[in-house]
Design a protein around this ligand. Structure first.
Ligand code: IPM
Ligand code: MG
Length: 361
């Protein structure tokens, strides 16, 4: 199969981790007889420096025209002072909205080899951690009006607006139910309906949809309680569906209990097969250029691209198996290296990537 992949290396550790993921994709192409071509796209801080815009229109167009997009990470200290609408993160938000990828899928699954890296007690980890957060990605408070204004008193006031329409809730709700149907048929809808109108609408739409999915067991949970339950008893979750900001926060928490945020991939899809694939961690400027980053989250994102956008199931399995083998062999990047563990071998970003490539069969 021929596929054109838009590649956004981004800022900080982005270029290092994406480089490793491309080596993995090239190995898969060679073994399975595919032809992957890559279109470089500038986004984030690097685009601000070059064009004064975190996502120029032609860069977005390249992504929309591609078969799918692979993204490293954007942002960094250097651009913290720029106005909100020009921040590197704004490029990412415009990319998500421009591609129409409303459904962000973030798995929280513990690799057995990394169970000791989880900060949770062993008896909690032993019950299993394997759930998915389905996060609404192009609505809610991220996309409402943002402004800072001066009051008559001279004091400043800031406003961020949170809006959800029924149809926006319904389309992500359906993804939640469909995802649950493919798994253990348990869906937990997370909101703050004791305070927010948008959450009360969310809850009512989820219950209306539940009638169409009688096999799925739907439960409701307030977001504050959910944050607690994720560390108290993560085994209770199969699929969580939630709005944009709650999903942002809960997915960081969920990744941490699996050992390291550096391991977690994500997919973002809309109504077409052209998806956006990115690790859930950030650009980690503190370790950028030092060959210390963990490339596995990005490599697994590339595997998700093969699985969900290109229907290349065997190829995706081959990548995931290679990651598992390398972990079995005791190789660890710094973020997943247990302290004082003599039986493990600490490796850098490049070496981790090379080991995974070598283990793809
Ligand atoms: C994420 C990130 C982004 C988000 C930032 C970089 C804008 O935290 O993908 O979770 O908040 O969505
Ligand atoms: Mg986040």
């Amino acid at each position: 199969m021929k596929k054109n992949i838009a590649v956004i290396r981004g800022d900080g550790i982005g270029p290092e981790i994406v480089g490793q993921a491309l080596d993995v994709l090239n190995k898969v192409a060679e073994l399975y007889g595919h032809e992957f071509s890559y279109t470089d796209v500038d986004m984030g801080g690097v685009a601000i420096d070059k064009y004064g815009d975190p996502l120029p229109r032609e860069m977005l167009d390249k992504c929309i025209a591609s078969d799918s997009v692979l993204l490293g990470a954007v942002g960094g200290e250097k651009w913290n002072g720029v106005p909100g609408h020009l921040r590197p993160e704004k490029g990412l938000l415009r990319l998500r909205a421009g591609m129409g990828v409303y459904s962000n899928n973030r798995p929280a699954k513990i690799w057995p080899q990394l169970s000791e890296a989880s900060p949770l007690k062993p008896e909690i980890v032993a019950k299993g951690i394997d759930f998915i957060i389905v996060r609404e990605l192009i609505g809610g408070i991220y996309f409402g009006e943002h402004k800072t204004e001066a009051l008559e008193s001279g004091e400043k006031q800031a406003v961020d607006v949170l809006v959800y329409s029924e149809s926006e809730i319904e389309r992500i709700g359906r993804i939640g139910f469909e995802t649950a149907m493919k798994r253990n048929k348990k869906l937990c809808s997370v909101e703050k309906s004791n305070v927010l109108d948008s959450s009360r609408l969310w809850k009512s739409v989820m219950h209306r949809l539940a009638e169409e999915y009688p096999e799925v067991e739907l439960s409701d949970m307030l977001v504050d309680n959910c944050a607690m339950q994720i560390v108290k008893n993560p085994a209770q979750f199969d699929v969580i569906v939630t709005e944009n900001m709650f999903g942002d926060i809960l997915s960081d928490e969920a990744s941490m209990i699996t050992g390291s945020i550096g391991m977690i991939p994500s997919s973002s899809l809309g109504n077409t097969s052209c998806g956006l694939y990115e690790p859930i961690h950030g650009s980690a400027p503190d370790i950028a250029g030092k060959d210390l980053a963990n490339p596995i989250g990005t490599i697994l994102s590339a595997a998700m691209m093969l699985r969900y956008s290109f229907d290349m199931v065997a190829e995706a399995d081959a990548i995931e198996n290679a990651v598992s083998k390398v972990l079995d062999q005791g190789y660890r990047t710094a973020d997943i290296m247990p302290p004082e563990a003599v039986s493990f071998k600490k490796v850098g970003c490049k070496e981790m990537g090379r080991l995974i490539v070598d283990n793809i069969v």
